[in-house]
Design a protein around this ligand. Structure first.
Ligand SMILES: [Zn+2]
Length: 296
């Protein structure tokens, strides 16, 4: 949703920076997920849990569950050199203080312990801050700390595989319990306020985000990067972005026509709507609904 807003100038400078941070963090998590694929089947992996206990919410990047216990990972995609000094993380050599991810992690662990007590779950619990970016260097990091450097991840995973024991139904039950407690409500989504009226009405290149101006009957070509795509695909994409940002709006040809800044004709929009959606009404007030979930 944030990147859709950005495509249409709906983000302030601050929100754009925040989005970049989120994207970088997400890339880090994806890269760690890939590495965790090296774990054997004795481990159950849960991603991006949003949990709540005593009205306090907390987020867990990755939780790995097994017969030997629970490991919680806080994944960071920091680039460059840092120094660990007096429990603080500082960029090196500039010496500016950055948020210490260990503090974030220790809050999550405390809340997770409380949650587990409430649920009467008993399990060994350990935690690691894992730095996934290969350019990351941390000076002065004590060897017994809970930090996992990028070059240690492979070894860490093979050690876990050596120590593993077959997963039992109790762990599977516990994993299901965590998933059932996962919160998806809006309190976790820090979206800026936006409205249909204020967002830019235009179609941008799916590759480089330049405004599209060159359209033939079947496809559009980006004059900046040369990317080309079928008009029908772009229309479908824009319909989905409206549905994502404005689920309360009635899907009509004229709504999509406005959203695309009159770039596509009514007819081509209507064809796509008819193909993927169910038409309600046949006259002037007709609109479209989807009877299946968002993704095809
Ligand atoms: Zn382009």
């Amino acid at each position: 949703m944030m990147s859709q807003l950005q495509r249409r100038n709906g983000l302030s400078k601050e929100d754009s920076d925040y989005l970049r941070q989120l994207q970088k963090g997400f890339e880090g998590e994806v890269s760690f997920d890939k590495k965790l694929e090296g774990l054997n089947d004795d481990y159950l992996i849960l991603h991006d849990l949003q949990l709540e206990v005593n009205r306090q919410t907390f987020q867990i990047d990755t939780l790995v569950l097994s017969e030997t216990g629970i490991v919680v990972y806080e994944v960071k995609n920091y680039q460059g050199e840092y120094i660990f000094a007096e429990k603080e993380f500082r960029s090196y050599p500039y010496n500016s203080v950055i948020l210490n991810p260990q503090i974030q992690l220790s809050r999550a662990i405390t809340l997770l312990k409380i949650l587990m007590q409430t649920l009467k779950i008993e399990s060994e619990l350990s935690a690691k801050v894992v730095f996934v970016n290969p350019t990351f260097v941390l000076y002065n990091c004590p060897p017994d700390s809970d930090v996992l450097m990028p070059q240690q991840i492979g070894h860490h995973i093979s050690q876990m595989n050596k120590q593993s024991r077959p997963v039992k139904s109790a762990q599977k039950k516990l994993a299901k319990k965590f998933l059932s407690l996962h919160k998806t409500d809006e309190r976790f989504m820090k979206l800026p306020a936006y409205s249909f009226k204020e967002l830019n009405k235009q179609v941008t290149c799916l590759e480089c985000q330049s405004i599209l101006t060159k359209r033939s009957r079947r496809k559009s070509t980006c004059l900046q990067c040369g990317f080309h795509e079928l008009n029908a695909h772009i229309i479908k994409y824009e319909i989905e972005s409206v549905r994502l940002l404005f689920p309360e709006l009635k899907l009509t040809t004229s709504l999509i026509y406005d959203w695309c800044g009159a770039y596509f004709s009514d007819d081509s929009i209507e064809r796509v709507l008819k193909k993927y959606f169910v038409q309600i009404g046949s006259n002037k007030g007709r609109y479209y609904i989807k009877d299946t979930p968002l993704e095809d």
